[in-house]
Design a protein around this ligand. Structure first.
Ligand SMILES: [Zn+2]
Length: 234
């Protein structure tokens, strides 16, 4: 015959389990959120690094450009000087300097063209990567919103679960409840109130003694598995 106090404890145990499930789900959320945040940070860092590399090349191109201008100004200056010099060897020396500067300009311009092609290719790759990353970040942000909604729902569920557990506990016998709380603390996992079936405790799956098997037939006082200490009933 079922002990009515055990039946009340079974309700407590059931609501206890629901509350724990909600608590565990809630406890997992910060880690999920942190993982999403970290992904967004990593994606943003990647794209910023690519943007930075492109900018550095653009800067290098501008420097080449200004070096070309410096050399061209020098050529202009040598040409003006050539108009003023009287001696042949001075004139030749200037011609040599002009030639050197012109060679330098040619080399610089070649480098600049090479760099421009690189920038073009990288800009294209950057634009493609940026679009993909933006899409992924958008998806991650949506997941964060969903996570927040789930958190709100779980918090509401948590409050309901607590109230419903409190209500079940209020209806249970305080002596039985004390045993329940003690067993709950000691047992690694539920159930804390276990049925005895075929002489076996359904909590630890071990055979209970004949005394316990006999005692669970009596209602009115709590009985315990002599193997694991759980509250047992028939
Ligand atoms: Zn047991």
């Amino acid at each position: 015959m079922a002990d009515p106090q055990i039946e009340k404890l079974l309700i407590v145990q059931d609501r206890d389990a629901s509350l724990q499930k909600t608590e565990q789900e809630l406890a997992r959320l910060p880690r999920e959120r942190a993982a999403l945040d970290a992904k967004i940070v990593a994606e943003t860092e990647n794209i910023e690094a690519a943007r930075h590399a492109l900018k550095a090349k653009e800067l290098a191109r501008k420097e080449l450009d200004s070096e070309v201008k410096t050399q061209e100004a020098a050529i202009q200056k040598f040409r003006t000087l050539q108009l003023e010099v009287k001696k042949n060897d001075e004139y030749r020396a200037l011609t040599q300097q002009i030639e050197q500067a012109e060679t330098a300009v040619a080399t610089l311009e070649e480098k600049e063209i090479h760099l421009l092609l690189e920038i073009d290719t990288e800009q294209e790759a950057f634009d493609t990567a940026k679009a993909e990353i933006d899409t992924r970040i958008e998806i991650q942000k949506r997941s964060i919103t969903q996570l927040q909604e789930r958190e709100n729902n779980l918090k509401a569920t948590l409050n309901e679960a607590r109230a419903s557990l409190d209500e079940a506990r209020a209806g249970a016998d305080s002596d039985y409840l004390q045993h329940y709380d003690r067993v709950r603390k000691l047992s690694k996992r539920p159930p804390y109130v276990a049925r005895v079936e075929n002489h076996t405790c359904s909590g630890c799956h071990l055979r209970v003694s004949n005394e316990v098997a006999q005692a669970v037939r009596e209602s009115g006082e709590p009985h315990f598995c002599d193997q694991c200490g759980r509250l047992v009933y028939l």
